[in-house]
Design a protein around this ligand. Structure first.
Ligand code: SAJ
Length: 416
């Protein structure tokens, strides 16, 4: 069997590598030639533990090959980005391009699986795009359980946590949503090759919504924690202590407040639900707005700290600890910490010292005359204000005496 994985990013590449290490021939397809060159050398273009070892052995053993143009295969797995446009409307153009790119090489008996997080109806839309290109092939019909079709089509969302992708690809239960039940069963046979957990069969629309709901569930729960942090600030109560105590109730499990919600999933996916059912998604929309407004609250706290220092703003030095969207990774996508650091950069301080142990170059967009990427030790030596933005392991280990005499804005509660 040959599996073609379209899109070799954060999900496609690990999936391709895990399949290849299970003895499946994999053709990885990506439009980015540079990405392919890195992979062909047995290296990786993203940071993910254990992935480099898997990719290296998959390439060396010949089980993973790459190309920019799709070739014939038995199964096509599409793992391309699905961002949203300015008005939060999902942008399916990458799925459309992928569907149109594989259409010419499709053959009777093929299975096409969409993995990208998508709004309800996207799998059927993808099928329409393939049908338009290949009127000679018979595609299944949603709600019609006939088994006579040429191409099986299914939706199988990824659910892996960045930083634990390889383990979770194998150990997490999978939802397999077919355009018909027979399509789902065919797709399940593929996932059973490498998934050790349950592969649960449903229809593609239910699978699409359950992926969005999983991330919305987390977003709403984080919003609850973030709202509590605003309430506690108003009432002068330590939110982290209060949550710790409340969580001692056997049926309460409150998440942690922070500077906002980042990453390419939780800050994006709930909007796909809101966009498809705006009047019914009041709680989901409100949660998004609460989480998105948290950086402004942190900036207010920094302005309050400035007022407590007997210096002009142009004389004050400030350190931002952490830029990634969550602890112990290098991923800056949709990062509230990066967003806050960028705003601080515009606040005309004497100097802004950025500390991000997981990167070695200052990200684009900072004024490098007044802003530097530096070590924790350097940053803490000279600054008047310390803003803790990400609870990286290195920051938890800081000797608290180094903070004495400084204004501290701890958005993660690690020092409080
Ligand atoms: N966050 C908090 N407080 C918390 C937990 C998280 O502020 O108590 C923040 C993080 O700092 C980060 C954001 O939320 O900015 C998201 O981080 P995360 O660890 O909750 O999730 P992601 O985006 O890394 O991965 C999520 C996962 N979804 C769920 O846990 C429901 C993952 O399983 C999905 O596969 C992934 O989205 C995805 O690709 O959709």
């Amino acid at each position: 069997m040959i599996v073609s994985v379209i899109g070799l990013g954060y999900i496609g590449l690990p999936t391709a590598a895990v399949l290849a290490s299970s003895g499946v021939m994999v053709i990885g397809v990506d439009v980015n030639q540079n990405t392919l060159e890195i992979i062909n050398q047995g290296k990786i273009h993203i940071v993910e533990p254990e992935l480099d070892i898997l990719v290296q052995s998959a390439v060396q053993s010949g089980y993973l090959k790459t190309t920019t143009e799709p070739e014939k295969a038995d199964v096509f797995m599409i793992a391309v980005p699905t961002p949203f446009k300015c008005d939060h409307e999902p942008d399916l153009s990458y799925i459309e391009s992928a569907a149109k790119a594989i259409a010419p090489v499709l053959e009777k008996g093929n299975i096409v699986i969409l993995e990208s997080t998508s709004p309800v109806g996207a799998t059927e839309k993808m099928m329409e795009w393939m049908r338009e290109e290949r009127p000679d092939l018979a595609f299944p019909e949603f709600g019609n359980n006939k088994t006579q079709y040429d191409i099986a089509v299914a939706y199988c969302p990824e659910r892996v946590l960045p930083g634990h992708v390889i383990r979770e690809l194998v150990e997490n239960d999978r939802i397999i949503g077919g355009v018909t039940t027979h399509c789902a069963k065919q797709a399940r046979d593929l996932y059973k090759i490498f998934v050790e957990a349950d592969c649960l069969i449903t229809d593609c629309r239910t699978a699409e919504l359950s992926k969005l709901v999983e991330n919305s569930f987390r977003d709403v729960n984080i919003a609850f924690a973030n709202e509590l942090s605003l309430i506690c600030d108003q009432l002068d109560i330590n939110v982290w202590e209060m949550i710790k105590l409340s969580n001692r109730h056997p049926r309460v499990n409150i998440l942690q407040p922070g500077p906002g919600v980042g990453g390419h999933c939780i800050a994006v996916d709930p909007w796909f639900i809101v966009n498809s059912a705006p009047n019914e998604s009041k709680l989901i929309r409100t949660a998004r707005l609460i989480n998105d407004s948290k950086p402004d609250f942190i900036l207010d706290k920094i302005n309050q700290a400035v007022k407590l220092i007997a210096k002009k703003r142009s004389e004050i030095k400030i350190a931002c600890l952490g830029l990634a969207f969550k602890p112990n990774i290098d991923d800056l996508r949709e990062s509230p910490a990066l967003n806050i650091a960028m705003q601080i950069n515009l606040m005309k301080f004497n100097e802004v010292l950025l500390v991000e142990p997981n990167i070695n170059q200052i990200p684009k967009g900072f004024d490098t005359n007044s802003t530097k990427l530096t070590s924790i030790e350097n940053a803490l030596k000279f600054v008047d204000i310390v803003v803790l933005l990400v609870d990286h392991i290195e920051f938890k280990a800081i000797d608290l005496s180094l903070l004495s005499g400084k204004q501290v804005v701890d958005t993660r509660g690690i020092w409080s």
